[in-house]
Write a protein that binds this ligand. Structure first.
Ligand code: SF4
Ligand code: SF4
Length: 190
């Protein structure tokens, strides 16, 4: 069992070209950010909206998650559209972390992270190498979400040492063997 190869099955996003972000989509994102900040301003108890950051996989577990999302090419990010799942709760956390930034500066910060080349029709932060937003700026949904294949792997105790990632949809199969071996004292979670 220790040396058995464990297969992590993830979806494979359908092929899409990388394109510069269209102007109408970046405008829609900006409008969404303005609305999220307005919702935060109008909240009766804004401090209650701040969510704790979710623990993130570390070490070998993080390597496998990265391999999975790289092979998959961001199937779940296709739903991020022009909102990236950002809402007033995301803004509450960002405002707490950056008390020096006003609303215009926060919007400019997000706009500066839009992928120069994003997958057509996907989230505007979905670039060739994955998400262009740093984790503290992402919606907590993005920080928490793992598809079933990754989640099943992350729940295993102990983690398997040899893993292959298989990304597939009816049209394609992409396989990647993660040869990394989990160190005996490796940390799995933050
Ligand atoms: S979490 Fe799953 S569906 Fe989303 S990008 Fe990663 S492998 Fe793909
Ligand atoms: S913000 Fe990043 S993780 Fe979230 S949907 Fe967009 S590309 Fe994916």
């Amino acid at each position: 069992m220790d040396n058995a190869l464990y297969t992590v099955s993830v979806p494979a996003a359908r092929e899409a070209p990388l394109v510069p972000p269209p102007r109408d989509r970046t405008r829609a994102l900006k409008r969404h950010l303005v609305e999220s900040l307005r919702d935060l301003r109008e909240a009766r108890r804004p401090e209650k909206l701040i969510q704790p950051r979710s623990p993130q996989p570390q070490g070998f577990a993080a390597d496998v998650v990265r391999a999975g999302c790289t092979q998959c090419q961001g199937h779940c990010c296709r739903g991020g559209g022009e909102h990236a799942y950002i809402d007033e709760r995301t803004m509450a956390r960002v405002r707490q972390a950056h008390p020096d930034l006003d609303a215009a500066a926060i919007i400019a910060l997000y706009m500066s992270h839009i992928a120069e080349q994003a997958y057509e029709g996907s989230c505007l932060f979905h670039g060739r190498n994955g998400c262009t937003l740093a984790q503290p700026l992402r919606a907590e949904l993005c920080n928490q979400y793992y598809c079933n294949g990754l989640w099943d792997f992350l729940k295993l105790r102990p983690l398997p040492k040899h893993v292959e990632v298989l990304a597939s949809n009816p049209q394609t199969k992409r396989r990647s063997v993660v040869k990394a071996v989990k160190p005996e004292d490796g940390t799995d979670w933050e």
